[in-house]
Design a protein around this ligand. Structure first.
Ligand code: 9UX
Length: 68
């Protein structure tokens, strides 16, 4: 089990959280996505290591960006 936390910028409401959660959840192997709206922290739990670029692509698909 792997767990990584990323910071997403631009999320301002519960709909933003849901969009990001849904897109990131579609990445193969991801078992849980937890989003903290005030800080933009997105914690991804997965059966195997998920690459940052995969997470970045999913976040951008949802309409947001990683901070780095
Ligand atoms: Mo509503 Mo969240 O436009 O961006 S989905 S604030």
């Amino acid at each position: 089990m792997a767990e990584s936390t990323y910071t997403v910028k631009g999320m301002t409401c519960g709909h933003c959280v849901r969009s990001v959660t849904e897109e990131v959840s579609e990445i193969e192997g991801v078992t849980n996505v937890s989003v903290d709206l005030p800080t933009g922290a997105v914690t991804v739990t997965s059966a195997r290591e998920v690459g940052t670029e995969q997470v970045r692509a999913a976040v951008e698909e949802a309409g947001y960006e990683l901070t780095a």
